[in-house]
Design a protein around this ligand. Structure first.
Ligand code: AMP
Length: 188
């Protein structure tokens, strides 16, 4: 048996990453770990972590690397992930987190970091079309600029380790999913 799959997925808002994550975990049987979802759950539950994260997230800032690395490390040690592997979504967000992840999984422990690439012009149009209250043109610009700032160093980090896989996110959901599966299978 091959060892459990360990993947990271990157993609800006509006790239279709959420939809594709659902399909990928169903296909590979891996565990979906979204740090954003974990933090939102902690806020809802009113835990210490939730209290620390709430204001930071509302201000649109990043939760500290120490806190995030701690919760991911604990999560990765659980049996479900040891057995079935993991799809990391929203983590790592900084090179410090990427270094920590490398230590957690050990050398060669990651199969790939997939960058689901959809051009900025297309995601802007998609976000404007969905018409959510927080999707004003200004807010969209700000989130995309932040994402570019956050992600550019990570792309370089993964590329320098030969882990970066670019996948074209344009086209139908089916087409994109087929490309993702082909890209992942090629790395195993
Ligand atoms: P997301 O759902 O991935 O967009 O995350 C929502 C918010 O949670 C982000 O804007 C951050 O404030 C926080 N967050 C999620 N993941 C991380 C992370 N890996 N490092 C720092 N902050 C994070």
């Amino acid at each position: 048996m091959t060892r459990p799959l360990r993947l990271v997925i990157l993609g800006r808002q509006g790239s279709g990453k959420g939809t594709q994550c659902v399909r990928l975990v169903a296909h590979y049987g891996t565990v979906h770990v979204s740090t954003g979802d974990m933090l939102r759950a902690a806020i809802t539950e009113g835990t210490t972590l939730g209290k620390q994260a709430d204001a930071v997230m509302k201000a649109g800032n990043l939760v500290s690397d120490d806190i995030i690395n701690g919760i991911v490390e604990v999560r990765l040690r659980k049996d479900d992930i040891r057995t079935n592997g993991v799809l990391l979504d929203g983590f790592p967000r900084t090179p410090v987190q990427a270094d920590a992840l490398e230590r957690m999984v050990g050398p060669g422990g990651l199969d790939a970091a997939i960058n689901l690439e959809v051009p900025v012009s297309v995601v802007k149009e998609r976000m404007l079309l969905r018409g959510r209250a927080d999707d004003t043109p200004e807010a969209i610009e700000r989130r995309l600029a932040l994402y570019a700032q956050e992600t550019a160093p990570l792309i370089a980090w993964f590329a320098s380790r030969g882990l970066l896989v670019e996948v074209d996110g344009l086209g139908t959901e089916e087409d994109v999913f087929a490309r993702l599966v082909a890209a992942v299978d090629a790395r195993r």
